[in-house]
Structures are given as structure tokens and as C-alpha cells.
Write a protein that binds this ligand. Sequence first.
Ligand code: SAM
Length: 141
Amino acid sequence: MLEKASKAPCRTTWRRSGGDGHASSGSPGSAVQGAACQVTVIEGHSEIIIPQLRKKYEVDKLDFVFLDHWKERYAPDTILMEECGLLRKGTILLADNIIFPGAPEFVKYIRNNERFECTTFHSHLEYMKAEDAMEKAIYLG
Ligand SMILES: C[S@@+](CC[C@H](N)C(=O)[O-])C[C@H]1O[C@@H](n2cnc3c(N)ncnc32)[C@H](O)[C@@H]1O
């Protein structure tokens, strides 16, 4: 899961979690240009990290959340973020692979929820013909 949290105007924090050693690979910093930006990588399971974000990592609200981890975690992690008060009016959740391999619980939860405004972006799985889609859900508060 990769999320952006901002507290000050030009403080950008990217957090990638997983606990599989992948957090240090890739280059989240390359996506953030400018010396005034700060990149923080937190490695760990979403269900452990999310409840710690506020107190341990001083994250008040999340601006953008990219859901791309185990698909069965999309729904419980979304509920957890809500319960932890991390979503604000306008927070964007972007969930990948909602059709293939699929995140049916998340889709059901988010689309039947008046607190979210949803848009589906249809696509195909990379390098394959398999139908897939991303779901954008804006938290309405
Ligand atoms: C499809 S890959 C993510 C790819 C990543 N978005 C990227 O573009 O490089 C899924 C990753 O989610 C991690 N993962 C699975 N369950 C997780 C959880 N509960 N919390 C955090 N990360 C998790 C896996 O270890 C794996 O590294």
C-alpha cells in the first residue's frame, strides 16, 4: 500500500508497506521532485501500520491512498482507515485490480456506501488480455 500524507504545504510522505523486503526496492523518491519534499518509507503490514499512523507517525489525514496489496485486505483496510479517522472529505482511494484478480468485498462495500463517490476505470491486465479495472473512491465525509 502506498499512501501520501501531507501536513505542511510542501511535505510529501510516501509510505510503502509489506514486510517482505520490497519497501526498500524501487524508488518512491524519484516520483517526488524537489528538494523541499521528504520521503518516508514504512515497512509493515497495513493492518498493523494503519492504526499506528496517527500517534506513531503523526499522520493526521490521508490525501491519497493507492490500494495494491492483497485484494482481500482492501475492504478491511478501508474500514480500518475510516475507524482510525484517517479519511477526510476529499481523500482519494485508488484501488488496482478490482476485477482481476478481483476485490469483490471492497467493491461491494465501497459502491453501496453513501460516504464514497465511486468511478470505475476499465482496463486490461498489463501484458494480457484479461479484463481489469481500477476503482476511484472519493471519501465524502
Ligand atoms: C502487487 S504488489 C504491489 C506492487 C506495488 N504497488 C508496486 O507497484 O510496486 C503487492 C504487495 O503488497 C504486499 N502486501 C500484501 N499484503 C499486505 C499487507 N497486508 N500490508 C502491506 N503490504 C502487503 C505484498 O507483499 C506485495 O509486495
